[in-house]
Design a protein. Structure first.
Length: 199
């Protein structure tokens, strides 16, 4: 089941994902939530303080239970949260990561954009610049959190952090690569690829 939830508060969405996952049964339907968030930095369980914002005190920092380091979410970024029973689907974590990355790679290819993944640093890249970040939490064989794709956003909040824990990592977005589709259209296309790859 796919839910298009629009612009939603990050903390409330995190609580909803945690509640949904905690209350799952063996027959619960898997869901994909497509959202955008107001400006927020999120710090994963492996997050280190040295990667935190060097300025931008106007943007809150939220410590979260996903893997990975720090990233930024804001309007103009399409986020897909994948709430899946991985045990039922016989999906290993690496396999799920690969499928999420592949959905973005295939989506970008629709627009004539070639992208790549890196084994040592999950996400999707255009050359050396990151266009999609990825972080998951697996509990009781079920996943939540997911991926964030930069579509048409203010990238300056990335400049004062070490994105995903990598100092100097460049970040890009679809708009800067010539894509004129809005987040709603990109989100619909991303969902189609996710549904195909997770079927």
């Amino acid at each position: 089941m796919v839910k298009h939830m629009g612009h939603v508060d990050y903390k409330k969405t995190l609580q909803s994902m945690q509640s949904f996952t905690a209350s799952r049964t063996a027959v619960s339907t898997d869901e994909i939530w497509i959202v955008q968030h107001p400006a927020v930095y999120t710090l994963g369980v492996a997050g280190r303080r040295e990667h935190l914002p060097r300025s931008r005190k106007d943007i809150p920092v939220v410590e979260v239970d996903r893997g990975g380091q720090i990233t930024y979410h804001g309007p103009g970024q399409v986020i897909a949260y994948v709430l899946l029973d991985m045990k039922r689907r016989d999906l290993a974590i690496r396999d799920l990561v690969n499928r999420l990355e592949q959905a973005v790679i295939d989506l970008l290819l629709e627009y004539g954009i070639t992208s790549n993944r890196r084994n040592e640093a999950p996400g999707v890249y255009i050359g050396e610049a990151k266009i999609a970040a990825l972080g998951l939490r697996i509990t009781r064989g079920c996943s939540y959190h997911g991926l964030a794709l930069n579509v048409d956003m203010d990238l300056t909040p990335f400049h004062v952090i070490d994105p995903c824990g990598y100092p100097g990592l460049a970040v890009t977005q679809m708009r800067d690569l010539g894509v004129t589709d809005d987040c709603e259209r990109v989100g619909d296309k991303l969902v189609a690829h996710l549904v195909r790859l997770l079927a």
